[in-house]
Design a protein around this ligand. Structure first.
Ligand code: ATP
Ligand code: MG
Length: 415
């Protein structure tokens, strides 16, 4: 990407109508545009980051045998009445609308009911199970407080996975596989060290716990009690002597921390499948209930969490796997020879499939340095006629000093 072709610009000032640090930084750097409280659009650089996060999640979902679908956002009322979740008294953050003929519609806030309904007709016998489906899609929730930028949106991107198993044992086995996939995802996103499996409320139809993945952050809305040594935590919501004992946690080894929920996993039993009439027949011809699980990851929230956690006075600091580009390329002067040399390195990096932003704008070099920092690109590479033919001055976003290295070493550094 050449910066002269990018229509978004960085801004010198911090947006005054935004209180959340993640959104401030992202708006200032031109990654997102605020439409209204809790509603953001993703501009070219923001869209690249969002897609990279999605792709990491998608790969891990595919590895555990899940199939990707895209369910509709508009949903009919009747399937939600079957599970008693249509009523505003039961679920209070629905956006709802009507067709011209008066028929009620819901605007997707989650998809258990539609997913189950879509399987009717396909699942009949034990031979048709298990089924694992997921999607990466915008969800809509009329959140009361939407003051945390991307951390709590009224429209936000979520990955939701649903599992359908023959029995509890099969369900549990898959549930554990999902937990492992989640650990891998947070690791790849650069927040593995700060993200903890956290025991949480199992919900009304489960006597056991659900699991949340909580990332430590001072701006988090959740409070968790963390056993750092064993890398396990319990949410304050269920913190009591009885639960500590059940889980095997010792009060003396727990420290309270603020945290942000970046994902969760739920065992749903057969509540939804039974109520919507999705069953299978076993090998004796007996009608049996299906055991369901659901597993969420907040994709756009993760972008906010990462922006919030990894930044300094100069701007964003993206982990290399999800940065909009790995290298920010600058020519030290506008003379033809140096520019030609810079273009050559740009072509070489592009050929090696390394995402690079080439700042080819005719502006002061100090402004380019400032933008490289504000955008949070992991490696800054500067071409000068002073250096050898195959040499470039490289500085990492988190380091103070520059090093002159060979092109091949730059490529190795990225890889
Ligand atoms: P929370 O407890 O934060 O309100 P939740 O428990 O309602 O979230 P789910 O409905 O299970 O969350 O959604 C799955 C994931 O989607 C959550 O773990 C979170 O990462 C993300 N998420 C939930 N609500 C929002 C939101 N309003 N904005 C952005 N991400 C969200
Ligand atoms: Mg929650």
């Amino acid at each position: 990407m050449k910066l002269s072709k990018l229509y978004t610009k960085t801004s010198k000032s911090i947006p005054s109508d935004e209180s959340a640090n993640n959104a401030r930084l992202l708006i200032q750097a031109g990654f997102i545009h605020k439409e209204m409280a809790g509603v953001y659009s993703y501009l070219p650089l923001g869209k690249i980051v969002l897609d990279k996060i999605s792709e990491i999640v998608r790969q891990e979902m595919n590895k555990i045998g899940a199939l990707e679908v895209q369910m509709s956002v508009l949903q009919p009322r009747d399937i939600w009445e079957k599970t008693d979740r249509w009523d505003d008294k039961k679920v209070d953050n629905w956006f709802k609308t009507k067709l011209n003929n008066g028929q009620d519609l819901g605007i997707g806030l989650t998809h258990e009911e539609p997913i189950v309904d879509s399987l009717i007709g396909f699942i009949n016998s034990y031979k048709d199970l298990p089924v694992y489906v997921y999607q990466i899609q915008n969800k809509f929730r009329n959140e009361l407080r939407a003051k945390s930028g991307l951390l709590r949106g009224r429209e936000f991107l979520m990955k939701d996975l649903y599992s359908f198993s023959l029995n509890k044992e099969d369900h549990q086995q898959y549930y554990d596989e999902v937990l492992l996939a989640y650990y891998k995802i947070y690791e790849k996103l650069g927040i593995g060290d700060d993200t903890y499996r956290t025991y949480a409320d199992g919900g009304i139809f489960s006597s056991s716990f659900s699991d949340e993945f909580q990332t430590l952050s001072e701006v988090g809305e959740d409070l968790i009690y963390l056993d750092k040594k064993n890398k396990i935590a319990i949410n304050k919501e269920i913190y009591n002597p009885e639960n500590l004992k059940k889980i095997g946690l010792k009060e003396s080894e727990l420290e309270p921390h603020k945290a942000i929920e970046v994902g969760n996993t739920f065992s749903l039993g057969s509540k939804y499948t039974d109520q919507l009439g999705l069953y299978y027949t076993d090998n004796n011809g007996q009608k049996k209930s299906i055991v369901m699980g659901c597993y969420g990851i907040g994709i756009s929230r993760l972008m906010g969490v990462i922006a919030e956690k990894f930044s300094d006075d100069l701007g964003l600091i993206w982990p290399i796997n999800i940065a909009p580009a790995k290298i920010y390329l600058i020519s030290v002067s506008q003379d033809q020879k140096t520019q030609a040399k810079t273009q050559k390195l740009y072509d070489l990096l592009t050929q090696k499939c390394i995402d690079v932003i080439y700042d080819d704008r005719d502006i002061r070099i100090g402004e380019k340095f400032a933008d490289a920092d504000l955008l949070g690109i992991p490696i800054r590479a500067i071409i000068s006629s002073k250096h050898g033919e195959q040499e470039v001055a490289v500085k990492q976003r988190t380091e103070k000093t520059e090093k002159i290295i060979k092109y091949i070493d730059l490529i190795n550094l990225v890889k």
